[in-house]
Design a protein around this ligand. Structure first.
Ligand code: PEP
Ligand code: MN
Length: 342
């Protein structure tokens, strides 16, 4: 149930509604919009309905939320879009952001070189995996905590906020100590224990769509994070499995406008993991920007031939700046304001 407060409602009236919602064992999520405050009451609808909040001081109306994802649904923000501020870099709304960097943290030299390349190209955030989800247990698994230290050094040097993946709840403290945004990879999209912990972490979460997940499943996964009081979730379309075998995954471009209709959360696109091929990254980045994406997540490496994983899809740092300028032009046509180059 969504309790819409009047524009003139006071803080005391909001608190009084929250108290009453909680008195029947429901959770109250307060969302302060530009004009009005909305309280999402999550729990037994009958119990909340029995409170008779329609006539309570400061309450404008009660609106039931029919969607199974109550806090992620666009209705909950009444047309407003969530804008996530990561150290001054904005994701969502009228903003377009590029997250770029190598697949994995491999060595100090390669990480710092790649980070400088990504910064010079004008990306807003730096990515790099210290914990890698690999299909084979014999493949490179990442540097772990040593990799996190290198990411911290890269941030220190470039000023770029860090996006890095968490795979195991036991590493949460270490990852949260360095990450400005914690990534939950496609293979863990439905790891509900991890989602709940990320909801409590206080860090923005970049949630990748599972390889065979529907949009509803993706939004329900986001709901696990939101439900814990963490409002900063970025959704990422990264290609899904279809019958097509000519490329790694099929980038579901339609997910962008459809997700934007269903949710207020930012939606970005990862063309690198979708295609698995460097030469396809630009056209799909342009298409994503044209379809209204709030940003792209691209693998960029100072020397992809030396990369220990995903070499064929990683762009050379010197090629990334030109690509990003062209993508930003399309984003502007699609209605985005461009962030000033860092
Ligand atoms: C990644 O971004 O490093 C990654 C492994 O992506 P995904 O989870 O989408 O496969
Ligand atoms: Mn990769």
């Amino acid at each position: 149930m969504m309790i819409v407060m009047r524009e003139a409602a006071t803080e005391e009236q909001v608190s009084a509604v929250v108290e009453r919602v909680e008195s029947v064992g429901a959770q109250a999520h307060v969302s302060e919009g530009e004009f009005v405050t909305v309280i999402g009451a999550i729990g037994d609808r009958e119990h909340v309905a029995k409170l008779g909040l329609e006539g309570a001081p400061g309450v404008e109306q009660l609106v039931p939320i029919m969607k199974p994802y109550k806090l992620a649904t666009a209705e909950y923000k009444r047309g407003e879009r969530t804008v996530i501020d990561v150290e001054g870099r904005k994701l969502g709304g009228s903003h377009f952001a590029a997250i770029a960097g190598p697949c994995a943290v491999e060595s100090r030299e390669l990480m710092l070189e790649s980070a400088r390349g990504v910064r010079d190209a004008g990306a807003q955030l730096l990515r790099g995996g210290a914990y890698k989800p690999r299909s084979s247990p014999y493949s490179y698994q990442g540097l772990g905590e040593a990799g996190l230290r290198l990411l911290a050094e890269a941030r220190e040097e470039t000023g770029l906020p860090i996006v890095t993946e968490l795979m195991d709840v036991r590493d949460l403290e270490a990852v949260a100590g360095v990450a400005d945004v914690i990534q939950l990879g496609a293979r863990n999209m439905q790891n509900y224990a991890l989602l709940t912990e990320l909801g409590r972490s206080g860090k923005p979460v970049l949630l990748k769509r599972g390889l065979s997940a529907t949009l509803e499943e993706l939004l329900l996964a986001a709901e696990y994070v939101l439900k814990e009081g963490n409002e900063d979730v970025i959704l990422c379309e990264r290609g899904i499995r279809t019958f097509e075998t000519s490329y790694r995954f099929t980038l579901d471009l339609m997910a962008i406008p459809v997700l934007k209709e269903l949710t207020h959360l930012p939606v970005i696109v990862d063309p690198s993991h979708a295609t698995g091929r460097r030469d396809l990254v630009e056209s799909l980045s342009l298409a994503a920007a044209g379809a209204g994406a709030d940003g792209i997540l691209v693998e960029v490496h100072s020397d992809p031939d030396r990369a220990v994983c995903d070499g064929p899809q990683q762009l050379r740092a010197e090629d990334f700046g030109g690509l990003l300028r062209r993508v930003e032009q399309v984003a502007e046509i699609a209605g985005k304001e461009l962030a000033a180059a860092v």
